[in-house]
Design a protein. Structure first.
Length: 263
């Protein structure tokens, strides 16, 4: 299937590893040019070079912290300076710390809000004028299965990603007539560095190995295994494609059947 992405320009946040990198690789393979950002300049440069070498895509790498509004503005401006416009925005950020409510400070709530919620809002603010002018755009927020079925011990993620979902659903209605779609994609338990870190932390608390803890997750998933980043990225690529022109305001889970709800 031709997704109609050739010659589009996509901005992918937190693209140096995990799901962000997988989405960037998938979009590059479909013919898009890329604007990538992440905090670690060295790793980001290596990833950008690897994607360019593998796919032939034009890739611009801008080190940035998405919890800082000025950094977001700088990334978007650099992308527009290089490519002239941005057609596709994929927001993404490292997950906030795990913890129960009584373990979390006000400072942690504020930091998590800047990282998880306000970063996506600021990215949208920066790219929407150009998308409206061209009457075409795609915004896709990488959130979490936690917005449909809260995960124990993830108070910050459960709360703030739900807020992002409300923002995206409302924005989708506001910009639909401008030819812009706004959707969320919900990764389940997917084999990434972030998941390994979370498994190790949770396993230490229970006095078991990380492999044993991952086994618990796998038992909860009807498919009986963790997802792979490329499986997630394939769905993301469709949602930002020309083919998905009538899909907006949705939250699509890629979770191997983990979520138990009907909708």
């Amino acid at each position: 299937m031709d997704l109609g992405l050739r010659d589009k320009v996509a901005l992918v946040a937190a693209a140096s590893r995990g799901l962000g990198r997988a989405v960037a690789e998938e979009l590059a393979a479909e013919g898009t040019s890329l604007v990538l950002c992440a905090r670690d300049a060295r790793v980001l440069a290596e990833v950008a070079a690897a994607i360019a070498d593998k796919t032939g895509a034009h890739v611009l790498a801008i080190p940035a912290d998405v919890s800082v509004s000025d950094d977001i503005k700088r990334v978007v401006e650099a992308g527009i300076d290089r490519f002239g416009h941005i057609d596709i925005l994929v927001t993404n950020a490292g997950g906030p710390p795990a913890g129960r409510f009584d373990q979390l400070t006000s400072e942690q709530w504020e930091e998590a809000a800047r990282l998880t919620l306000f970063s996506a809002i600021e990215f949208a603010r920066q790219v929407l004028p150009g998308m409206k002018a061209r009457h075409w755009g795609r915004i896709l927020n990488i959130t979490s299965i936690a917005v449909k079925q809260p995960v124990d011990n993830l108070m910050l993620s459960n709360s703030l990603r739900a807020g992002l979902t409300g923002f995206a659903r409302t924005l989708a209605n506001e910009v639909a007539a401008d030819g812009i779609t706004v959707n969320n994609i919900l990764p389940g338990y997917t084999r990434t560095e972030r998941l390994d870190e979370l498994a190790t932390m949770m396993a230490d608390k229970q006095g078991i190995s990380a492999d044993e803890f991952r086994g618990k997750w796998e038992k909860e998933i009807p498919m009986g295994r963790l997802g792979e980043p490329h499986e997630f990225a394939a769905v993301a690529a469709f949602l930002v494609s020309e083919r998905a022109s009538y899909v907006t305001g949705t939250s699509v889970q890629v979770d191997g059947g983990w979520i138990k709800s009907l909708l």
